[in-house]
Design a protein around this ligand. Sequence first.
Ligand SMILES: Nc1nc2c(c(=O)[nH]1)N[C@H]1C(S)=C(S)[C@@H](COP(=O)(O)OP(=O)(O)OC[C@H]3O[C@@H](n4cnc5c(=O)[nH]c(N)nc54)[C@H](O)[C@@H]3O)O[C@H]1N2
Ligand SMILES: Nc1nc2c(c(=O)[nH]1)N[C@H]1C(S)=C(S)[C@@H](COP(=O)(O)OP(=O)(O)OC[C@H]3O[C@@H](n4cnc5c(=O)[nH]c(N)nc54)[C@H](O)[C@@H]3O)O[C@H]1N2
Ligand SMILES: [Mo]
Length: 666
Amino acid sequence: MHWYRSVCPLDCFAHCGLLVAVDSGKVVSVKGDPDHPLTRGMVCSKAKKHVERTYSSERILAPLLREKQGFRQISWGEAYDIIAERLSRIKQEYGSLALLHHSGSGYEGMLADLATRFCNAYGGPTVPEGSTCWGAGYAAQTYDFGTPGTHDWSDLSNSRCIVLWGRDPSRTNIHVIPHIRQAQQNGARLLVINPLSIDTPGKPDLHIAPRPGTDGALALAMAHVIINEGLIDRDFISQHVHGYSDYSRIVEGFSPRRAAEICDVPEASIQKAARMYARHKPAAILLGYGLQRYSNGGQTVRAIDALCAITGNIGVPGGGASYAHSGWKHILGDLKGNHLAHSRRTIPWPRLGTGITEADDPPIRAILVTRSNPVTQLAHTARVKSAFAQAEFVVVVDFFINDTAGLADIILPPAGPFEHEDVVCNSWSPYIALAPQIIQPLGETRSDAQIFCDLARHMGLYEFGPTDPAEWLEQVLRPATSYGVSLERLRQGPIRHPFVGPVAWQDRKFKTPSGKFELYSSAAASAGISPLPDYIPAKEAGAPASAYTLHLLTPHHSDYLHSQFVNLKSNEDTLRTPVVWLHPQAAKARGLADGDRATVATAQGTLSATVRIADSQREDTAVIFQGGWHKFGAGVNLLTPERESDMGLTIAYYDCTCEVKREGCA
Ligand SMILES: Nc1nc2c(c(=O)[nH]1)N[C@H]1C(S)=C(S)[C@@H](COP(=O)(O)OP(=O)(O)OC[C@H]3O[C@@H](n4cnc5c(=O)[nH]c(N)nc54)[C@H](O)[C@@H]3O)O[C@H]1N2
Ligand SMILES: Nc1nc2c(c(=O)[nH]1)N[C@H]1C(S)=C(S)[C@@H](COP(=O)(O)OP(=O)(O)OC[C@H]3O[C@@H](n4cnc5c(=O)[nH]c(N)nc54)[C@H](O)[C@@H]3O)O[C@H]1N2
Ligand SMILES: [Mo]
């Protein structure tokens, strides 16, 4: 048996360093790499499930073609012939924009971008615009700071107060937990702001559970207290902050009493939170992605960033409003080849289903899906499904026949993360790491890079460039050579981003139009958005209709990554079937008990689920974890609306209300 060093390529905060044991050409075990500078040997349950996924009997090991009776195995040659013939004909008849390319972050290896290059060499596809994930908060931090910026997790031990604002590290970011524990042991205060209770190492000093979608008002009211009680940092504001007087006028309108009503929390809690944050400096805010999945999500993040600015918690160890940083991808070679496209069209992601169906001149005739599962993961599944149904040719590159692949004409099976060489990075971890090939690709599977190199060659798309993935790997790394990045060096271990320090904005140089932190953003004004972080009620969460009295929250689960791993046998009894979590009072009011079957209904659709009771959530919420497959009777996006955030074109999944009724009741 031999142990190899690798990295988890999943789309999460960590990109854990892995040690992978191989015996007789087979991966037999995966564990954390204690030498990884960031993750230090700690891995979550999903990392270990890479082994089960690799060898799952349901994994697709050869290309599949849909026929009347179901899918039939075909050779790669046949698959490439069919794809080349269909795509060429569609391009001839309608132009390249009749192809929609849907790609996600299901796998974070750099070479997977060659799928985009293929589509660009084809002539340029239609692509979704915006974000399924973090776009509203990213845009907000760009207006405020110039770029998003995050502190190292270990810097939390310098904090005297930590605010987990709409972020649940116990489920999505376990590596910060030891640092929070350390800070609490040092005497730091812990403030949790979340409609749900979350697990933290020590009990939080304060938990505020606002009505979903109202955090903007809460943040403005905290600023009200901070300003009125003279807790602002005058020096920092005068030197580094733009727009304070306009901002303070808005803040005047948000007394704790007013916000207490909007947010449905005690007025005293707002005062306590404001004092706790402003008096225990340095104070760190860890911003999550939940609170920006609303129609007012961008301004919510701006209102929270503002707290950090007026208290001078910027550029100091232990401070910050950590969300993301502008990562490695900016200094690596870009394989996407956007310059190769002759044309390009976008459809907003939050309304992709409708957008595809309504597109004309040209209509969408073909859809290519890579490293994403849009049928399960995009809002308003019914619309996404009908959009797929009206396309004449759908190609999906994926491991399993999931909800999206189930609608494909051709499924191409990719090689898994241990079966080809790539480098892995994103804008959450400051490290870039090598994922070497440590076993042969299973069955006839091929890496995404190989598939799109092959297809480019097969279709004679010479603009694509080299058709050997190894050459592309060199091109990815070449621009970063001056920072000491090379394959050789990566073989010894991960490399830290040269410009991402442990503390964000230590130089107080903000890439905003004014060069300062902007409470007033003229860039936002030019984009037609309020230049100040004013509170505007969320569309649906802000005004629940009488038919739908519960806020539907669909957060991320600790044991699976979106829809990945849900189908594995070891998850059969726990994760596959849909569960709706209700507060005891909410269940009682609806005559529901733990274990009952219920129908969850929204304006978009219905879902049948088992009721579970938890008093760790607001009475007016229903919680269903995202990621479940329709195939197994789950799929929470059957319920979510085609709604977008105020900036960053992000899907406002949580700006959604529902009703829950005992199954069979009218
Ligand atoms: N295990 C695991 N880890 C993951 C992922 C996964 O699927 N599984 N996904 C990865 C990805 S792509 C992402 S984007 C991140 C997301 O990481 P997080 O931001 O931590 O997780 P989310 O589930 O998106 O939402 C976070 C929290 O927002 C809260 N929330 C919802 N609405 C509101 C609100 O109005 N106000 C406040 N204050 N809080 C609210 C929810 O209750 C939830 O606890 O996690 C990454 N890590
Ligand atoms: N209701 C609701 N919906 C949500 C969210 C929510 O909080 N609530 N969160 C949203 C967020 S934050 C995100 S980031 C999105 C994620 O949305 P997606 O990126 O669509 O989610 P995944 O389920 O991770 O799908 C990735 C797919 O890629 C496949 N895959 C993995 N590795 C490879 C590979 O090497 N090659 C290829 N070709 N395929 C591969 C996996 O098998 C999987 O089917 O979901 C969003 N959807
Ligand atoms: Mo995400």
